[in-house]
Design a protein around this ligand. Structure first.
Ligand code: ZN
Length: 256
């Protein structure tokens, strides 16, 4: 397994390999190259100018994919995956602020395992799905709950700029079937789920989504959130942790 981080340099974005929290030089791109041996150490991950791990063409999200989370919204578990899209303009990196416009009501964190697609996938069979995965990262499906209820569909509620933190790294060759998924706000544990409790697992989701729309390299699937979602406010710090990947940290700002 390799952990790959994207970071900014004066000459443009680059990728590095992360070993024991330290980013090392790597002259490759995860969309085209297999990770090789790490080069020279560049610095601790948390001190590097980290970028989102990919620039997705689209973000396909799954609602109500954990039964206990559906129950906390008094919603039924669907008999098929319930899909929606977040715009690529919502994506921010590890460390960047989630900016909540003042006056939009309750805004929640949603800790999620994110799948990064590595090969064009169209009508993929469930048993072949893993061949199309580049790796996994952590996502926060930030959601304006009042708009979600008022609008009846979720484009506005989940589409604000900065409402999709992704990162901090891409974990390759990870088995997604039994990973702890946690959210902490100001250090307090709010969500503590496990991907084993998904209603529809990752291979099923890739097959289901790719029967609807072609998935391109760099596209991202957000696989749903476990129970324990809760509100965010100005000055909060949210940590989204997925076992085997790392912890995605973002401060929250309410902006006028
Ligand atoms: Zn979600």
């Amino acid at each position: 397994m390799a952990l790959i981080a994207a970071f900014a340099t004066p000459t443009g974005p680059r990728y590095g390999l992360v070993v024991d929290g330290i980013v090392h030089e790597w002259d490759g791109n995860p969309l085209t190259d297999r990770p090789g041996a790490p080069g020279q150490a560049l610095g601790p991950l948390d001190e590097m100018p980290i970028l989102p791990p990919v620039a997705p063409g689209k973000l396909v999200c799954v609602g109500r994919n954990y039964a206990a989370h559906a129950a906390e919204h008094h919603a039924a578990v669907p008999d098929e995956p319930m899909l929606f899209l977040k715009p690529p303009s919502a994506v921010i990196a590890h460390g960047a602020p989630i900016q909540i416009p003042a006056g939009i009501g309750r805004v929640d964190h949603e800790a999620e395992l994110a799948v990064i697609i590595g090969r064009r996938a169209r009508r993929v069979r469930r048993e072949d799905a893993h061949h199309y995965v580049l790796g996994y990262t952590c996502a926060n499906d930030v959601s304006a709950r009042d708009f979600q209820q008022k609008d009846g569909q979720w484009g506005r509620a989940k589409g604000f700029d900065t409402f999709c933190p992704l990162g901090p790294v891409i974990a390759t060759d990870l088995d997604p079937s039994r990973l702890a998924v946690r959210a902490r706000v100001n250090g307090e544990l709010r969500q503590n789920g496990n991907t084993a409790d998904m209603v529809f697992d990752v291979p099923f989701l890739i097959a289901f989504i790719s029967a609807v729309m072609t998935l391109e390299p760099g596209d991202v699937i957000l696989t749903g959130t476990p129970e324990g979602v809760g509100p965010l406010g100005d000055g909060d710090v949210v940590q989204i942790e997925v076992e085997g990947i790392g912890t995605l940290v973002n401060p929250v700002e309410v902006v006028g």
